[in-house]
Design a protein around this ligand. Structure first.
Ligand code: PLP
Length: 372
């Protein structure tokens, strides 16, 4: 199988599996217990925390571990709203955000929050003048992702954070698809990340919080994570996340160069007749979302069962609904049904990628011949 779905999840790095192993088998202490073994587990978690904080790379803040980035985003949004001053009751976000942000914002809107979902330009980028016009003293939070999970475009996060700060609002950045792949720009007050997108284990994420911007607790209980997020931490998951973050931080440039080479090879191997969805200038190159006139993308997927690629977000792909991100770019129903996403990264070889692209192009042409 050729794996080209790096936005859905990434293969666990061998180094991560080795680091996790003792914590899966013999070391089982509760990291919050006062025993010697408990202290050892707590110390391993603190080392992991430092690695995640270093990979995020922002100053004056710290990380709390969560069960996923979805939880981190729910916490950031709901916990910030809970701390709102009465006159600040607005959240601004984008139509192309992940469901973890959009659905949480809709839930908050149902409870009285004034929600503004801004459109994006046809290249997937936010028009900063539009944001400028929308910002006022009532805005509490601006939530914008760094790298889009469906189309790979990069939003101008630092500029957005500066603009939010000028009206006294906070900025939340979903950096799930950016962590370890790019330098996270300075500016955000809250940053959500996930281990399984950086060759770590599933079931663990984190929320980075600038000092003073911590949301109100979302999960209550034993007071772990400085009273901000209760629940016994999993040493094996934290250690795995830390190992993945350390590796991603050390290899960031190398992985980035590799991904850029792969991108150019893929575009060449696909040949003519494809259009890239989203900006080609402002993007992460490990994401290639393409469309072809008349293509039945679902059939293409079914025809090439031993190539793992997708129609878009893994979360939405079971719903049968066309992608909200492609719709936000202005694509019509047929165009979004003719789009596929190829995602590649550290462990993808140029040879397998070129082979997969060749097969995708051939299968697309054979669909055209059948229709002709
Ligand atoms: N945000 C983005 C951009 C994502 O791609 C994902 C996962 O697909 C998430 C949030 C949710 O992450 P998790 O799987 O850790 O809940």
């Amino acid at each position: 199988m050729i794996y080209l779905d790096y936005q859905a999840t990434t293969p666990v790095a061998p180094e991560v599996a080795v680091a996790m192993q003792p914590w899966v088998s013999e070391k089982f202490a509760n990291p919050h217990s006062p025993s010697r073994a408990g202290h050892e587990a707590a110390a391993a978690i603190e080392v992991a925390r430092k690695h995640v904080e270093r990979a995020i790379g922002l100053a004056s803040g710290s990380v709390a571990f969560t069960g996923s980035a979805t939880e981190a985003l729910n916490w950031a949004l709901k916990g910030t709203v809970e701390k709102l001053e009465p006159k600040r009751n607005r959240i601004i976000t984008l139509a192309t955000e992940h469901a973890a942000v959009l659905d949480t914002c809709e839930w908050l809107a149902g409870r009285g929050v004034d929600l503004t979902v801004l459109p994006v330009r046809p290249d997937g980028l936010l028009d900063l003048e539009l944001l400028e016009r929308e910002l006022d003293q009532r805005v509490a939070l601006v939530a914008v992702m760094l790298v889009n999970n469906e189309i790979g475009v990069l939003q101008p996060v630092s500029e957005i954070a500066d603009m939010a700060h000028r009206v006294g609002a906070l900025m939340l950045c979903d950096a799930v698809q950016g962590l370890g792949r790019l330098v996270i720009p300075h500016g955000p007050d809250l940053v959500a990340v996930s281990a399984h997108k950086i060759h770590g284990p599933k079931g663990i994420g984190a929320l980075w919080m600038r000092k003073g911007a911590e949301p109100a607790p979302f999960i209550h209980g034993g007071g772990q994570e400085r009273g901000l997020r209760s629940g016994t931490l999993s040493p094996q998951l934290c250690v795995g996340f830390g190992a993945g973050a350390q590796l991603a931080h050390e290899r960031c440039q190398r992985d980035y160069d590799h991904v850029c080479r792969l991108w150019h090879a893929a575009v060449e191997a696909l040949g003519a007749g494809w259009t890239i969805n989203g900006s080609t200038a402002h993007r992460y190159h490990g994401n290639l979302n393409i469309r072809r006139d008349g293509l039945d993308a679902a059939r293409l997927l079914a025809d090439l069962r031993d190539v793992a690629f997708s129609l878009g977000s893994a979360c939405a792909s079971g719903s049968g609904r066309p992608s909200h991100v492609l719709r936000a770019l202005g694509l019509d129903y047929r165009q979004s049904r003719s789009s596929v996403r190829l995602g590649f990264g550290r462990y993808t070889t140029q040879r397998e990628l070129v082979e997969a692209c060749g097969r995708i192009a051939a299968a697309a042409k054979s669909q055209e011949r059948l229709l002709a």
